[in-house]
Design a binder for this molecule. Structure first.
Ligand code: EPU
Length: 431
C-alpha cells in the first residue's frame, strides 16, 4: 500500500488549477443512464471513485468509454435493473444509480451501501421520495426494491434531521424527470453539484424549474437525449488548496474556481484575517504576519459552511492563536482526524458535535493514519506546516477524491512524496 511522506517545507508559492468536482461527476455519470443516446462528460476528474462508478455502470449494461483523459462517453441502450452489493459496497455514492434506473426502467434493485467512518448515512429520504412518486418501495436482504410501474409526479418534502440531502435530491430529480405529471420537491439540496446535475438534465431535454433553489418543479417528459457537458470545478479541492496556502503562510493563486461557490468558507477566512484577492475565477491567498484570528464554525447544507472543509479548517485553526469552536451538524461524528492531529501536537477537545480547538500549536511530524477523504487532506496540511516528517498511512482514502494531489501541491513547493509502505521505517508502522 502507498503512504505519503510530507516534510514541512515553508510557505507554498505559485499557481494551482482546480479540477472537476467529484461530487458533481458521480451523479452526472449516473444521469447519463437516463437516455439511450450518447452523453459525453468533460472535465471528469481521474479518481478511484470515478472508476468505481464506471465499473458499476458497465455492470448494469452501459457502454462507457474514455476517449481522452477527462472525457467519458456513455451510451446506455440496454440496462439491467440490479446493482449488486459487491459493487455498491465499494462506494456509497453508487446509490445515486437508484433514480436513473427507476426513471428509465421503472424498476430497480440496488444494494444498500454499507456503513461509513464519518457516521451513519441513511437513505430513508431517498426511499420516502420515491414512495411519494407513487413507487412501491421495499427493503429485502440488504437491497432496496423499487416497483415504479405506476410512477407519477407529486409533492415531495425531502428535508430530514440535518436538512436537505444531496444524493437524495439527485435521486428524486433523476426519477422525476421521466415520471408523468409534475413533481414539486421542497427542501431540495441547493449544492452547486445538484445545480450541475439539473443543468445536465435540462440539456438532455428535462423540464426543471427553480434550479439552485430549495423548491424544484419538474415536469416529466417521455424521453431524454444525448449531449455534451463539462463538470463544474471542485469547490472542496479549491478550499483545500486555500487552506494549504493559509496554513503555510504562502502566496498561492487557486485558479479555475468561481468564488461564490465558496461563500461561507471565504467569509470565515476573511473573519480570521487571511489576506486574499478574490477575482471572477480565481482566489489568491497572500502571506500574513502574526497569527490569524480564531473563528467559530457550524457546518450546514449549502450555502452554509461545507462539512467537506471542516477537517481542513480544524488543522488551520490548530495553528491559530485563540480558541475556535467547530461544530459539525451534518455528520456529528466526523472528527476522526482529531486524534491524529493531536498526535502531531494539536490541542483539540471534542464536546458532543463540537471540536474546541486551542491554538496556536506547533505541529511536529509524526506517523498518522488517514481515516476518510477529507481527514487525509487535513493531515497533509498539518504535515506541510509541521517541523519534520509526517508519514500518512491509508492514503487510498485521499485517492478517492483528490486528483494528482501530491503533484499539484509539489508544483507550488509542497514536499510530499508517494512511497510504498515498504519504504516507511518499520518502527513508524501503526500495524
Ligand atoms: N440523511 C438522512 N437520510 C437520508 C439521506 C441523508 O438522514 O436519506 C442525512 C445524512 O445522514 C446527513 C445529511 O442528511 O446527516 C446530509 O447527507 P447527504 O445525503 O446530503 O449526503 P450525501 O449525499 O450522502 C454528499 C457528498 C458528501 C458530503 C455530503 C454533505 C457525494 C457523493 N457525497 O453526501 O461528500 O459530505 O453530501 O455535503 O456527493 C466527501 O466528498 O468527502 C463527502 C463525504
Amino acid at each position: 500500500m502507498d503512504v505519503f511522506r510530507v516534510t514541512g517545507n515553508g510557505p507554498l508559492n505559485g499557481e494551482i488549477e482546480v479540477g472537476g468536482a467529484k461530487n458533481a461527476a458521480l451523479p452526472l455519470l449516473a444521469a447519463t443512464l437516463l437516455t439511450e443516446e450518447t452523453v459525453t462528460l468533460r472535465n471528469v476528474p481521474d479518481l478511484s471513485d470515478i472508476r468505481f462508478m464506471v465499473e458499476i455502470m458497465r455492470h448494469v449494461g452501459a457502454v462507457v468509454e474514455n476517449p481522452e483523459p477527462g472525457t467519458w462517453q456513455v451510451t446506455a441502450k440496454q440496462l439491467t435493473h440490479i446493482a449488486p452489493y459487491e459493487l455498491v459496497r465499494k462506494m456509497r455514492a453508487s446509490v445515486c444509480l437508484l433514480g436513473p434506473l427507476v426513471g428509465r426502467l421503472r424498476k430497480a434493485e440496488v444494494s444498500i451501501p454499507g456503513g461509513c467512518v464519518i457516521g451513519p448515512r441513511p437513505i430513508d429520504l431517498h426511499l420516502k421520495g420515491l414512495s411519494k412518486l407513487n413507487c412501491s418501495v421495499s427493503v429485502d436482504r440488504g437491497y432496496v426494491n423499487v416497483d415504479a410501474s405506476k410512477m407519477e409526479g407529486g409533492p415531495v418534502f425531502l428535508g430530514g434531521r440535518s436538512g436537505s440531502t444531496v444524493t437524495g435530491t439527485a435521486n428524486i430529480v433523476m426519477a422525476a424527470v421521466l415520471a408523468p405529471g409534475t413533481t414539486r420537491i421542497e427542501c431540495a439540496a441547493c449544492e452547486p453539484e445538484v445545480v450541475d446535475l439539473c443543468n445536465l438534465l435540462v440539456q438532455m431535454g428535462a423540464k426543471i424549474a427553480g434550479i439552485g433553489s430549495p423548491e424544484l418543479t419538474i415536469t416529466g417528459v417521455d424521453k431524454l437525449f444525448g449531449c455534451t457537458h463539462s463538470v463544474i470545478a471542485d469547490r472542496i479541492e479549491a478550499g483545500t488548496f486555500i487552506a494549504a496556502a493559509a496554513i503555510t503562510r504562502g502566496d498561492v493563486t487557486v485558479k479555475g474556481i468561481a468564488p461564490n461557490l465558496l461563500g461561507a468558507f471565504l467569509d470565515k477566512l476573511e473573519e480570521a484575517g487571511l489576506p486574499m484577492e478574490v477575482r471572477d475565477d480565481q482566489i489568491r491567498v497572500l502571506p500574513y504576519l502574526g497569527s490569524l484570528k480564531p473563528v467559530d464554525i457550524i457546518t450546514l447544507p449549502y450555502p452554509g459552511f461545507p462539512t467537506d472543509l471542516q477537517a481542513q479548517m480544524c488543522a488551520l485553526m490548530a495553528v491559530t492563536e485563540g480558541i475556535s469552536i467547530i461544530t459539525e451538524r451534518i455528520y456529528p461524528n466526523r472528527f476522526m482526524h482529531v486524534p491524529e492531529l493531536q498526535r502531531m501536537g494539536a490541542d483539540i477537545a471534542i464536546e458532543g458535535p463540537s471540536a474546541i480547538v486551542k491554538g496556536p500549536c506547533k505541529f511536529s511530524g509524526a506517523p498518522v493514519m488517514a481515516s476518510d477523504l477529507r481527514a487525509s487532506a487535513a493531515l497533509i496540511l498539518a504535515g506541510m506546516a509541521a517541523k519534520g516528517e509526517t508519514w500518512i498511512q491509508r492514503i487510498y482514502h485521499l485517492d478517492r477524491g483528490y486528483e494528482r494531489f501530491e503533484h499539484k501541491l509539489a508544483g507550488i513547493g509542497g514536499k510530499i512524496e508517494r512511497l510504498s509502505d515498504k519504504e516507511m521505517p518499520k518502527e513508524l508502522w501503526a500495524e
